[in-house]
Write a protein that binds this ligand. Structure first.
Ligand code: SF4
Ligand code: ZN
Length: 157
């Protein structure tokens, strides 16, 4: 009977969530956490133990991090209460959700920022009062900085 022991041998690791893992206790030594994926009762027994495990979420997070994008067939056993297939589906839906979030158009820059001023100009629309005022301020500040630099360069050294 194989038991989940984590990726690092007990003797080499600092205390962490694995110390509270139910599957590592004598009470559940008889439960197989690596049943054949086709063994439904075997899988259900392991999952039932995980459902009462105090570190289920930490265990699941660790499994997802460790397994990365591996296909279900390359994942092994029940971890965090999920089968290999379920963990792979979870990973895929997280990847899809991230891709979808990336595709969301960014909200337009708020008026008063250089990007908003540029947007008005590029779209050949009237520049709003806020953008116009902020742009005048920026132009003035740049001119002032330029004059100050000229004065510094002209000063005798
Ligand atoms: S959730 Fe399941 S596999 Fe993970 S530590 Fe707990 S009993 Fe073990
Ligand atoms: Zn504007």
């Amino acid at each position: 009977m194989r038991q989940y022991t984590g990726s690092v041998p007990d003797t080499l690791r600092a205390a962490d969530w694995r110390d509270l893992a139910l599957c590592a206790t004598d009470a559940y030594r008889a439960v197989d956490f690596f049943p054949n994926p086709t063994d439904k009762p075997g899988n259900a027994t392991a999952v039932a133990v995980c459902e009462t495990c105090p570190v289920r979420l930490a265990c699941l997070r660790d499994a997802l991090r460790q397994e990365g994008g591996r296909k279900a067939v390359y994942r092994d056993g029940i971890r965090g209460g999920l089968t290999a297939d379920q963990r792979y589906s979870l990973w895929r839906s997280a990847v899809r959700a991230r891709a979808k979030a990336r595709k969301q158009p960014k909200p337009p820059a708020p008026c008063g920022t250089p990007a908003a001023y540029q947007r008005h100009v590029k779209q050949s629309e009237p520049v709003c009062k806020t953008c116009a005022a902020e742009n005048r301020k920026r132009v003035r500040a740049e001119a002032q900085a330029w004059r100050a630099e000229q004065a510094r360069n002209a000063a005798p050294r």
